[in-house]
Design a protein around this ligand. Structure first.
Ligand code: MN
Length: 214
């Protein structure tokens, strides 16, 4: 798939109601067809007059946002973030999720958080701690070490030289229709549909260079 201007709103990899009863069908419709569509349309609009940027992916636009033409740098990074983060979020869930991580991700989780339950506790705390709108991420550094990273609005761990493994959208539009203001219940439901298979693939593809010898 070509992943550059003119961006299209790629379909969900499952049906809108596939994550019921954990994530409801109406939320998935609005979240994908309106929220992600709006970021996609806005990004296309911003880039229309900049053909030199038309071969860049959302990830590249985010990574190189500091070198974009100054008049569009901020809105392009925000809307490329909106596209990248939402695709990442939708792809991280599955109606038939793998329920726990495989190696080598499982080992890295044991090392960083003591195990899956320790990870879930820390990740939930981070997702609850996002003030206002944002995301919580599990991300790896270039040595394969794992970190839990909260981000605000549409920021990503990419600009911190980290490799995203998992994210959860905690903007209210991600859960308000079903869970009202109870973000914690949404996070618990999200754990039920998040797919460790995809997380494990991303981790396995990440560089994981050994630490240099002292
Ligand atoms: Mn969202």
């Amino acid at each position: 798939m070509s992943d550059h201007y003119k961006f299209i709103n790629t379909p969900l990899p499952y049906a809108y109601d596939a994550l019921e009863p954990y994530i409801d069908e109406l939320t998935m419709h609005l979240h994908h067809d309106r929220h992600l569509q709006a970021y996609t349309d806005k990004l296309n609009e911003l880039l229309a007059d900049y053909p030199q940027l038309h071969d860049m992916s959302p990830e590249q636009l985010i990574r190189y946002s500091g070198r974009l033409p100054s008049e569009i740098a901020v809105p392009v990074s925000r809307n490329a973030g909106g596209v990248y983060n939402h695709r990442f979020y939708f792809n991280a869930m599955s109606p038939q999720p793998q329920r726990s991580p495989s190696e080598p991700l499982a080992k890295a989780i044991r090392r960083a958080f003591g195990g899956l339950n320790g990870f879930k506790e820390r990740f939930k705390d981070a997702a609850l701690s996002v003030f206002g709108s944002g995301y919580a991420w599990l991300a790896a550094d270039s040595r394969g070490r794992l970190f839990i990273v909260p981000t605000v609005n549409q920021q990503t761990p990419l600009t911190r030289e980290l490799i995203p493994i998992v994210n959860i959208d905690v903007w209210e539009h991600a859960y308000y229709l079903k869970h009202y203001n109870e973000r914690g219940k949404y996070i618990d439901d999200w754990f039920t549909v998040m797919d460790w298979k995809r997380a494990g693939e991303l981790y396995a593809q990440s560089p994981r260079r050994p630490a240099p010898r002292q």
